[in-house]
Write a protein that binds this ligand. Structure first.
Ligand SMILES: [Ca+2]
Length: 324
């Protein structure tokens, strides 16, 4: 049985929804986690590391955690405590983990893990800073990554941090551009998949609460600030969980009911549309009139797989199963 488990690496700006995604991966019989690497995003990177260590310990696991980039490649860090709470876990005063991070930088850990595990699958749950630096420093990793699932972007829809952009891409658009243009095939799980019926509703929350386990309790409690902020932000009620949805699809690709493959570019120049994920859904970038603007993408990128539709019942079942 052990041989059928896939090896994955998780890169995360660990706040509340990241923590739930970590639980899903740690508890999954489908994968072994070679490394968790942290990056600045929702919270400063040292807080992200503390949250990742706390979550790993809560699960009784021993996955190594490596601290990574403290800020985006070119820009100042903009965090999201307004959404996740000051500690990223809704400020319930969870006791610090006894474990500490490994004494190796996340970028070095990504390169070493990929080269030692050809065919590894990577999932990014935060800004793409670490992966961009790893690719720039050691391009050979690209050929050794079997899948790269990116929670990020707002394909052909509004963003969650600006009208144009989703948070993870917006925080470090230069890094996202490097990754999307690197030649790595990306499975893009946009934030819009976590809205509306995909968000946990009262009945879902009650069902999870009834599991009456420490993990179920933590998963709901650490998202209390996010649930309130989501309602302010969107007018929608519920706990929206973008990172766990991306993780659910990584673990079981059948939960993506509809996807298609397109070139994607990332806007880095405009302030208005900074971090916009521009999806060539109609395949017009090779037209003469677009060729000049898209030439960098066409020269170096491969098209990304954009997920359009989630199996909502399947996702909620996968979540509940991981919290038992
Ligand atoms: Ca995240």
């Amino acid at each position: 049985m052990t041989s059928s488990r896939r090896t994955i690496l998780i890169d995360t700006d660990t706040a509340s929804d990241d923590a739930v995604a970590l639980i899903m991966a740690i508890r999954s019989p489908r994968v072994d986690i070679a490394a968790i690497t942290t990056v600045a995003g929702n919270v400063p990177v040292d807080q992200a590391t503390r949250n990742a260590l706390y979550t790993v310990e809560l699960c009784g696991a021993k996955v190594p955690v490596y601290t990574g980039a403290a800020k985006p490649l070119l820009r100042e860090l903009e965090t999201a405590e307004w959404f996740h709470g000051l500690d990223g876990l809704s400020d319930h005063g969870f006791a610090p983990a006894a474990r500490v991070a490994e004494p190796i930088h996340a970028v070095d850990a990504i390169i070493a893990t990929v080269l030692a595990n050809p065919g590894v699958e990577i999932i990014t749950l935060g800004p793409l800073t670490n992966l961009a630096v790893a690719i720039a420093r050691e391009p050979r990793i690209i050929a050794n990554i079997a899948r790269c699932v990116v929670m990020g972007g707002a394909p052909c829809c509004e963003g969650n941090v600006t009208p144009a952009a989703e948070f993870n891409i917006w925080v470090d658009p230069e890094a996202a551009r490097i990754v999307f243009l690197s030649g790595l095939r990306i499975e893009m799980i946009g934030w819009q998949l976590s809205r509306f019926d995909a968000a946990l509703q009262d009945a879902d929350i009650k069902r999870i609460g009834a599991l009456n386990t420490p993990l179920a309790d933590f998963a709901i409690r650490c998202n209390s600030a996010a649930a309130a902020a989501y309602q302010v932000q969107t007018g929608e009620v519920g706990i929206s969980l973008p990172d766990p949805i991306a993780m659910a699809i990584l673990l079981d690709p059948r939960l993506s009911l509809s996807s298609s493959r397109h070139f994607v570019s990332i806007e880095t120049n405009s302030e208005m549309t900074r971090g916009m994920t521009i999806v060539d859904r109609l395949g017009v970038t090779t037209d003469q009139r677009n060729h000049l603007v898209w030439k960098d993408v066409l020269a170096s990128a491969v098209p990304s797989d954009i997920c359009w539709e989630l199996d909502i019942a399947g996702w909620k079942k996968a979540l509940a199963d991981s919290l038992r």
